[in-house]
Design a binder for this molecule. Structure first.
Ligand code: CMC
Length: 432
């Protein structure tokens, strides 16, 4: 394996170091290119740019492989649960029984919100999007725990365990409270006796005289949904978290920025867009055929829940979630859902259509995750919030990796300027 790559530019030959990852991923280190030649590299949308060396998640998009800290997603989905996996993603190792118990007790301790924070919800109009509320309140956590949000990485890291428990536990409480308040419903308080997922369902759906009790299949579908979203290396929201962290920002400010990035329909908002697409296909009396033809022509909307920047194969998370989805449907007694029928038709047609095959467009995790949440009774506007709850461990782990990097440099990409050349100021009376 060569240790360097040679680049010839303006008759100058440059030797660039090659970096090799654990899984034999290869990168050319161009960090000295500009200093030595005056050139930068150009990579629109960072599609071929390695922005970090990270130990957290490995993806092989061609083969459809996803591993957290070396463990295949299929094994974690079968044998672990969201909280244990969150610990793994953040700390790098599966917890011992003592560490697991300690982590759970910290999560229980930090589940309720400060009363002052509860009042913040009232300032939002009832129709406020819960992602806007979530982002604002995750950032506000730093105001309630100033010792965890000093914007000095070394000091913030001294209390990392506490910050982790607060972020993971309170994101769930904030999410459920924002839903209850948007519907004018009284708030529920977290219960010590319930595990993470059951507690979330209780916070969302219990009524004053009627505790919500989830079937094991429903709780396990939610658990799996969260686990499958726990991290996904350098995607848009994670890169945002790392970018903000690289400036020295605290954990809460950084993950709050991640929530905003996730909100976009090409990223976490896709699960909601999938249901909207299925509904509109249904309302048009289409079985999906017309929609696919329009998507292929480039005149219609894209097939939401299909395609991925990295996976050029079936998204492994989509495979796992699909199976759990059918189990949850059976436990809820849902037999014939027209949207599900359309989704199955879309998948069948797309997987055998040359347009999708040649572009390697396969179902991604969002194709089924919207349907699963719909079956669990989660309202559509909360879908991306659910993604954010699941992604919290990944954002935390990625923030941690940046914050404890002794050679940390602020993230600062370059650009190719394509605007006006220099010109002189025009006074108002001479314009137009
Ligand atoms: N439906 C129809 N055509 C598509 C789709 C789609 N969903 N996705 C990509 N294409 C076409 C695109 O038009 C282009 O065709 P052509 O080469 O003829 O111009 C080609 O495939 C390549 O597309 P691209 O936009 O260059 O690919 P990308 O890697 O930049 O985009 C993507 C990745 C996920 C943004 C895109 O596939 C997409 O918009 N999918 C729908 C939204 C979605 O499901 N997003 C969730 C992603 S998974 C969750 C997450 O990690 O956030």
């Amino acid at each position: 394996m060569p240790k360097t790559a040679t680049l010839k530019i303006d008759d100058k030959e440059l030797s660039l170091p090659i970096i090799i990852g654990t899984e034999n991923e290869r990168a050319v280190d161009i960090s000295k290119l500009r200093a030595e030649t005056g050139y930068i590299t150009f990579d629109d949308g960072f599609a071929n740019t390695g922005s970090a060396q990270s130990n957290i998640t490995y993806i092989d998009g061609e083969q459809g492989i996803l591993r957290y800290r070396g463990y295949p997603i299929e094994q974690l989905a079968e044998k672990s649960n969201f909280i244990e996996t969150a610990y793994l993603v953040i700390h790098g190792e599966l917890p011992t029984p003592e560490q697991r118990t300690h982590f759970s007790s910290l999560l229980t301790q930090h589940a309720p919100l400060h009363q002052g924070m509860t009042r913040l919800f009232q300032g939002f109009p009832p129709a406020a999007h819960p992602m806007a509320v979530l982002s604002a309140l995750m950032n506000a956590l730093g105001c309630y725990y100033p010792h965890l949000a000093t914007n000095n990485h070394q000091r913030d890291l001294e209390h990392f365990e506490e910050a982790v428990a607060i972020a993971i536990s309170k994101v769930r409480t904030i999410a459920a409270h924002s839903y209850r308040i948007s519907r004018g419903l009284p708030l529920n308080h977290p219960k010590r006796s319930l595990n993470y997922c059951d507690n979330f369902l209780h916070l969302m759906f219990s009524e004053p005289y009627n505790d919500y009790v989830a079937t094991p299949e429903v709780a396990s579908a939610l658990n799996l949904f969260l686990l499958l979203h726990a991290d996904h290396e350098q995607n848009c929201s994670t890169s945002t978290v790392r970018m903000v962290a690289s400036a020295g920002a605290n954990l809460f400010a950084s993950v709050s920025a991640g929530v905003n990035a996730l909100w976009g329909p090409l990223h976490g908002g896709a699960n909601m867009a999938v249901i909207e697409m299925l509904k509109s296909i249904h309302a048009d009396g289409d079985d999906g055929t017309k929609f696919i033809a329009a998507a292929k022509s480039g005149k219609g909307d894209r097939l939401m829940g299909f395609g991925h920047r990295v996976y050029k194969n079936y998204d492994p998370r989509a495979k796992i979630i699909k199976t759990s989805f059918y189990k949850a449907l059976a436990s809820l007694g849902i037999k014939d859902d027209p949207l599900l029928n359309i989704a199955m038709k879309l998948e069948e047609v797309a997987l055998s259509d040359d347009y999708f095959i040649s572009r390697k467009l396969y179902p991604n995790v969002d194709f089924y995750s919207g349907l699963i949440m719909r079956a669990l009774g989660i309202p559509e506007e909360m879908f991306t919030v659910m993604f954010a709850i699941g992604r919290m461990p990944g954002w935390i782990a990625q923030w941690h990796e940046v914050a404890r990097n002794p050679k940390l440099k602020i993230y600062r990409p370059r650009q190719i300027y394509a605007g006006h050349p220099q010109r002189n100021y025009v006074p108002t009376n001479l314009r137009g």
